[in-house]
Design a protein around this ligand. Sequence first.
Ligand code: SAH
Length: 340
Amino acid sequence: MMNIYGLSLDDMESYFERIGAKKFHALQLFSWLYEKRIQSYDEITNIRREYLDKLKSNYSISKLKLVQVERDVDVSKYLFELSDLEHIEAVLMRHDYGNSVCVSSQVGCNMGCCFCESGRRKKVRNLETDEMVLQILMIEEDLGERISHVVVMGIGEPFDNYENLIRFLKIINHPKGLAIGARHITVSTCGVVPKILEFSQLPMQVNLAISLHAPNNEIRDRIMPINRVYPIEQLFSSLKKYYKSTNRRITFEYVLLKDINDSLENAEELAHLVQDMNCYINLIPYNSTNHLQFERSNTVQIMRFYDILKKNHVNVTIRKEFGGKISAACGQLRSKKEGV
Ligand code: SAH
């Protein structure tokens, strides 16, 4: 059975019309789900019994099973069990500007980036829209506070689950849904070019982040298989189109891997690659994983790399590190529970 948390307001309106009811019930239902946070349809008082019975038989209102929470100072990792007993993880980060959640979009991932722990398990399936929405809703409930920021940077490639992703964005962004401002939402992709082009037409001011990790095709081909399908020239031409239609600044994520992509020439090359783009680069110190062939660049090297970008007038920051202790840091999500 489909789950009610997977319906956008539009979907609900057409549902009510389909069953011969007025479509304003959709807004009422949205408010029961996301403002009043009901646990069962029986708590609804302003929709006729007959419609509620139909609703009950068409959509389940069940949530995910929260199996485990690992808490550290300003970060917590949530392990959820899905109805088919698969497991997914989401991470809560507490910043001074608010609470941010890193959401997973698939069970496993097929992108095969060599250094990433999340991709060790091949994609089992896409997450349904409700399974993405509920990661946030349930963390809010656990925390007793609002989530103000969302990054789709957990397990999975969101642009390999495009339709569910977009419906998810609509629900969490809606003022009567989770009401998370579009500018506070970031979707990260390894570079699925056709979807970047589609995303550029989305009438929603959501941020786009690109996992770049290399300044040229030679290195990128080696560490990110997607680059053999959509090489840097194609990626950048899609980003220029994206910028032209959205006017939104693009974020590049660049994980620094010792002796692989962290030389000073690489920094120059990277600066050159992005020179006339409105973008900013987030340098990410590599978090060590079971991929023993990769090591974190040392701090001095990271600073030199940073300086070269700065000198070339590139907007650059070094990512604040969260959750290393509880394996909740970038690229470390892998559901240990699965035992693979
Ligand atoms: N598939 C999407 C969403 C995942 S985002 C994407 O590739 O963008 C997770 C980010 O963490 C990506 O930028 C990924 O490249 C990065 N990452 C993966 N493994 C890492 C590691 N061990 N240390 C630091 N960052 C890592």
